[in-house]
Design a protein around this ligand. Structure first.
Ligand code: SF4
Ligand code: SF4
Length: 242
C-alpha cells in the first residue's frame, strides 16, 4: 500500500535517509523489500527495516495472528526504535538483523505477485449499497478499517482503493450492502487465501504457521458466522447465525 502511494505521488524525500516498517497478519512475501525499493526511487537511502506482526480482523480471515502485536513484538519495535535513534545520534551501522537483503526480492515473487494481485482485483468486487435498505446510520463508515467509505448526497460511496475485506458488508445492520461475485470467484478467493497457499507462497517464518487462523471465507460469506467488532479494540466475538 505504501509502495503504491509512493509511486503514485512521485514523493521526493530530498535525499534523506529512511527506515521502512511493515505490519502483516499473514503472508508478508517480499513486502519489506518492495517498500524499500519504492523509497529508494524517491532519492532516499534506506538504512534498514523491520517487519512486525499484527492480528487480522477482517471477517474472512479473522483469527490470523490473534493477540499480536504482543509484548514480545512491542519489545522488538522498541529495540528497533532504539537502534535507529542510536544510529541517527551516534552514526555507525545498524545491527545486521535490520538490514534489508537486496537479494530477497526481484525473483519468483515479482512475477507471481502482480499476477495474484490482478487476479484478486478481478475476482473480488467492490461492495455495493442499496439506497432503499440503507438508513444512513454511518456504521459502515465507522467500521471500515481503511476509511474507504463516504456518504455523499445521501448515498454510500465505496472508493476504488477499498481493500475488499467486506467488513462493511458483514456489519451492516440493514443488510444494505451486497457483493456481486462472479460464479466460482468465491471459490477462487477462498483458495487463494487458504492457509495452504499461505504456507507454500507466503514466505512466512517456519514457526509462524501455527498463527494462521481458520479459513472463514465459506462461513462468513455464507452468513453462517457473524462477528461483532469494536474498531478501537480489534477483537471479535463470534455469533452463530441461526
Ligand atoms: S451500515 Fe448499512 S445502513 Fe448503515 S450507512 Fe452503511 S450501508 Fe447504510
Ligand atoms: S470492503 Fe472496502 S469499504 Fe468495506 S470495510 Fe473493507 S475496505 Fe472498507
Amino acid at each position: 500500500m505504501c509502495a503504491v502511494f509512493l509511486r503514485d505521488t512521485s514523493f521526493d524525500f530530498l535525499k534523506k535517509s529512511a527506515f521502512v516498517l511493515i505490519t502483516s497478519g499473514g503472508s508478508p512475501v517480499n513486502t519489506l523489500w518492495h517498500l524499500a525499493q519504492a523509497v529508494l526511487k524517491t532519492r532516499t537511502s534506506v538504512i534498514g527495516g523491520i517487519q512486525l506482526r499484527g492480528a487480522v480482523t477482517v471477517p474472512t480471515k479473522f483469527g490470523n495472528f490473534l493477540g499480536r502485536p504482543d509484548h514480545i513484538d512491542l519489545e522488538d519495535a522498541k529495540l528497533f526504535g532504539s537502534a535507529i535513534a542510536a544510529k541517527v545520534i551516534n552514526g555507525g551501522a545498524l545491527p545486521a538483523r535490520y538490514k534489508i537483503d537486496p537479494k530477497s526480492g526481484g525473483r519468483f515473487y515479482d512475477i507471481i505477485g502482480p499476477i495474484l494481485t490482478h487476479l484478486k482485483k478481478a475476482i473480488t468486487p467492490l461492495p455495493q449499497s442499496d439506497s432503499e435498505k440503507c438508513d444512513l446510520c454511518d456504521y459502515c463508515v465507522y467500521q471500515c478499517p481503511t476509511d474507504r467509505i463516504t456518504i455523499e448526497n445521501r448515498n454510500i460511496k465505496f472508493h476504488d482503493t477499498c481493500m475488499v475485506c467486506y467488513r462493511c458488508w458483514h456489519v451492516c445492520p440493514q443488510y444494505a450492502i451486497s457483493i456481486k461475485f462472479f460464479p466460482r470467484s468465491g471459490f477462487i478467493e477462498r483458495t487463494l487465501y487458504s492457509p495452504k497457499m499461505e504456507k507454500c507462497f507466503g514466505k512466512m517464518e517456519k514457526g509462524e504457521y501455527k498463527n494462521l487462523g481458520p479459513n472463514l471465507y465459506k462461513n462468513v460469506l455464507g452468513r453462517k458466522i457473524k462477528l461483532t467488532y469494536d474498531r478501537h479494540n480489534p477483537t471479535a466475538k463470534f455469533e452463530k447465525n441461526e
